[in-house]
Write a protein that binds this ligand. Sequence first.
Ligand SMILES: NC(=O)c1ccc[n+]([C@@H]2O[C@H](COP(=O)([O-])OP(=O)(O)OC[C@H]3O[C@@H](n4cnc5c(N)ncnc54)[C@H](O)[C@@H]3O)[C@@H](O)[C@H]2O)c1
Length: 250
Amino acid sequence: MFDLTGRNALVTGAGQGVGAGIARALAARGAAVAVNDVRPERAQQVVDELQASGARAVVAPFDVTAYDSVRAGVASSVAAIGPIDILVNNAGNGGRDGMVPAQFRGSDPETWHGPVDVNLFGVMNCCHVVLDAMCDNGFGRIVTIASGAGMVGLRIGVSPYAAGKGGAIAFMRHLAVENARKGVTANTLALGLMTGNEGSDVTKALAQQVPVGRLGRPDDIGPFCVYLASNEAAWFTGQTVHVNGGSVTS
Ligand SMILES: NC(=O)c1ccc[n+]([C@@H]2O[C@H](COP(=O)([O-])OP(=O)(O)OC[C@H]3O[C@@H](n4cnc5c(N)ncnc54)[C@H](O)[C@@H]3O)[C@@H](O)[C@H]2O)c1
């Protein structure tokens, strides 16, 4: 069950954190993994680790916000490991490198574009580049890592980030329905606060309110992606699932 042998995956923003955890989980089930990151040295470290464990892995160093770079980067990955069957859109700015929270009122319009670029257009770029081959092959699994912030209102000053994540959530639903008859599924995981992101006063307070009693870890997310990427998940599409220790229930 959930055997990914013979499948090729691209995980974006996989040089650290959640994305690295997802890359490890997919590789552990037999997938070859293209490890993307805009910081190539991070991606290389993860690739070294995966290769040391016997997995097939390649570095895919590109910026998901630049369509032409995505196209070139995916082409190099395909040349190295074969057509992409599994895409995990994880690159975003909600983590350790993340944003400086600010209330929308009084915010600088210049600060709105970055979060929407990476969290929405980054997802659309990657999906657009891999989709034709998935449809032609009759198999594709697309997972986008979003955030509870894209689903519920928060007072912590992340509205541009939420706009990007919320846009990606809506986009994924349409992607799922448009391509369902082609064997391509598209689902979204709306994460809660993850370990490593508890530094500020705001996130410290939020961390104490998680019903399960701890923040999320990359290995809370990787196995979910393994399921979503599997043959067994063929009838699971168009869904947004909260994965958050009970912080938001639905
Ligand atoms: N950390 C949290 O508390 C939290 C909560 C909810 C959702 N999320 C989402 O989960 C995902 C992963 O979060 P994380 O905590 O592991 O983040 P992280 O900041 O630790 O890691 C993200 C990685 O993505 C890379 N990246 C950033 N922009 C990129 C781009 N344009 N192209 C390619 N790579 C890029 C970074 O270099 C980094 O290695 C993100 O989408 C984030 O928004 C995180």
